[in-house]
Design a protein around this ligand. Structure first.
Ligand code: ATP
Ligand code: MG
Length: 389
């Protein structure tokens, strides 16, 4: 799929922008703090309905208009897809409550209002940023988010299970606290165990499935990018309290059964802790580079190549699930790579319908500009197309 028309209004540092994007490679050049990352964040938000970096939605609305009567940021795009063309609109509507700002999202797909969860993944995208190295070097939360943002785009059941899991987890945790305080009986947990394990089974099966593909493709890319000098292995580590963590069942009922067993084994400890100690909210992905744990042994450059390989694997996973190409977004990641790896990445995306790249340093990535079909310059929240190199 590819985006051919993009409109931005009052989003971050942008006023009004209308862009005709090309198929193939689009490059956005601009100095620091001009709006390059904001642009890719906007496109990724149209895809996932979540900001890749804002802490609250209110941050997305242009600051100058937050005090106005109608503080609304709007994003809209038109997409050509093999599943039928798409018109997508997101409005981030701000309001002031006391001294703080809040905002909520309204979404329309082909002119019809939808819940955000129904609109996720209508436009499918993969985003590379310079923070990706944290997927390899950082805490488990970031690896779970890597899986969640990817799988939710192509599996509506997964997204629903995630939402249900979060609700049930909250209720179960408050029940555990009440049982601990002897305000409720432990027997009441049985119902919530079932609910949690049912949603958990759906999530764990989908994560295990996705990792099957990601591990294989990631390893291939790591080898290719490093001229066969480095290897990466990725293994799913479901949090089941030490129970059967090393083989992956192939059906959902078996995952659910394992989670129920884990919950029953840990019941006393969970009551003592007043919180749920097993389940997908504690899962991790084990990453090894050249057979050593990637976070504690690998060099920064190795970690960066590993993260890059994981994103390439993500693009391939999305393409496989969709039967269509995701839009590829690269936020300033090419300038930190050497020429060989840069070429490796660009060649990989040659076969994708659309790639959108930002760079602060056009001189370092001349080779990219030469390949581009659309070239744009970003200055203080306005964007202009330019010809030549
Ligand atoms: P770099 O090369 O440093 O990564 P960039 O071009 O990617 O820079 P962005 O991250 O897109 O820059 O940010 C551009 C500017 O947008 C920043 O100066 C930031 O302060 C501003 N900005 C962010 N949110 C808002 C907002 N809600 N309203 C107005 N300006 C904002
Ligand atoms: Mg940036």
């Amino acid at each position: 799929m590819f985006i051919f028309d993009l409109q931005i209004a009052n989003y971050r540092n942008y006023g009004q922008v209308q862009l005709d994007l090309d198929r193939g490679l689009n490059v956005f050049v601009g100095d620091n703090a001009q709006g390059k990352s904001n642009l890719l964040e906007a496109i990724y938000l149209l895809s996932t309905l979540r900001s890749s970096r804002a802490s609250t939605d209110a941050d997305l609305v242009r600051r100058d208009i937050l005090d106005s009567e109608f503080p609304v940021a709007r994003l809209a795009c038109q997409v050509e897809r093999s599943a039928g063309n798409l018109q997508l609109e997101v409005a981030v509507v701000g309001r002031t409550t006391g001294s703080s700002y809040r905002a909520g999202k309204r979404v329309r797909v082909n002119g019809v209002s939808k819940r955000a969860s129904e609109a996720v993944g209508q436009l499918c995208a993969v985003l590379f940023t310079t923070l990706d190295i944290e997927i390899v070097a950082g805490p488990p939360l970031l690896r779970r988010r890597y899986l969640d943002m990817m799988i939710s785009q192509v599996d509506r059941g997964y997204l629903r299970a995630m939402q249900k899991y979060a609700r049930v987890l909250q209720q179960r945790n408050s029940l555990l606290k009440r049982v601990q305080a002897r305000e409720a009986s432990a027997a009441e947990l049985t119902f919530w165990d079932q609910e949690l394990a049912h949603a958990g089974g759906i999530i764990m099966l989908a994560r295990a499935d996705a990792l099957g593909h990601l591990a294989m493709e990631g390893a291939l890319q790591m080898e290719r990018l490093s001229d066969e000098a480095e290897t990466i292995t990725m293994t799913y580590r479901p949090a089941l309290g030490g129970l059967d963590e090393h083989d992956c069942p192939i059906d959902e009922t078996e995952w659910t059964a394992r989670m129920l067993r884990a919950l029953s084994n840990l019941r006393h400890r969970e009551i003592g802790a007043g919180s749920t100690l097993v389940g997908p909210h504690r899962d991790d992905v084990n990453i090894e580079i050249n057979q050593f744990p990637a976070d504690s042994f690998a060099s920064r450059a190795q970690q960066r190549t590993a993260a890059l390989s994981m994103r390439l694997a993500e693009a391939s996973y999305l393409r496989k699930c969709l039967g269509d190409d995701p839009v590829v977004l690269l936020d300033d990641v090419l300038s930190e790579l050497d020429a060989r790896r840069r070429k490796g990445v660009l060649e990989y995306f040659d076969s994708f319908q659309q790639t959108i790249i930002t760079t602060a340093d056009a001189d370092r990535v001349r080779d990219v500009l030469t390949r581009a079909s659309g070239r744009f310059v970003v200055t203080a929240g306005s964007i202009h197309r330019f010809e030549g190199e």
